[in-house]
Design a binder for this molecule. Sequence first.
Ligand SMILES: Nc1nc2c(ncn2[C@@H]2O[C@H](COP(=O)(O)OP(=O)(O)OP(=O)(O)O)[C@@H](O)[C@H]2O)c(=O)[nH]1
Ligand SMILES: [Mg+2]
Length: 170
Amino acid sequence: MDYLCFRALCCKGPPPPRPEYDLVCIGLTGSGKTSLLSQLCGESPENIVSTTGFSIKAVPFQNAILNVKELGGADNIRKYWSRYYQGSQGVIFVLDSASSEDDLETARNELHSALQHPQLCTLPFLILANHQDKPAARSVQEIKKYFELEHLHVENAGSLNPAPWMIWKQ
Ligand SMILES: Nc1nc2c(ncn2[C@@H]2O[C@H](COP(=O)(O)OP(=O)(O)OP(=O)(O)O)[C@@H](O)[C@H]2O)c(=O)[nH]1
Ligand SMILES: [Mg+2]
């Protein structure tokens, strides 16, 4: 009897191995990267502190495991982000949709730098419009327009396709 058929019938035996993917998660401090990853791992949202350096979490989904490396977003850490991009297979950029104009501009500059980086520019990009529960939160349409993603020219992509991107709200 084929192994999958055997499992379906008796529900015994170890689960089949799931493919694993390495992702990098970036965004300004306070955007909610650690909160998001803790939530996805079913951990308590309490006692979350700002990430100094980086932290890695294995996020289990039904069909895959995502090994997500969160890079701390404080001013003095962001300049080191690119040292940790190597080996990534996808990018999550978390955004505080209700942030000040200054922080939104900083986030836009950081996002554009990441999208242009040779090690990220061809990878799938998810931009997560977080903090949507706040009254001041901007809509996905507003963010898309402000970030000028449709017109972004990715020079480093060369002959490869530029990074496919999408915006979700949380
Ligand atoms: N209202 C609201 N608060 C949020 C949301 N996401 C995160 N927070 C809060 O924002 C604060 C910062 O969240 P973190 O997850 O530590 O942010 P971070 O992006 O990991 O920050 P760094 O590690 O410093 O880069 C915490 O107090 C969270 O509870 C959200 O969607 N809405
Ligand atoms: Mg964090």
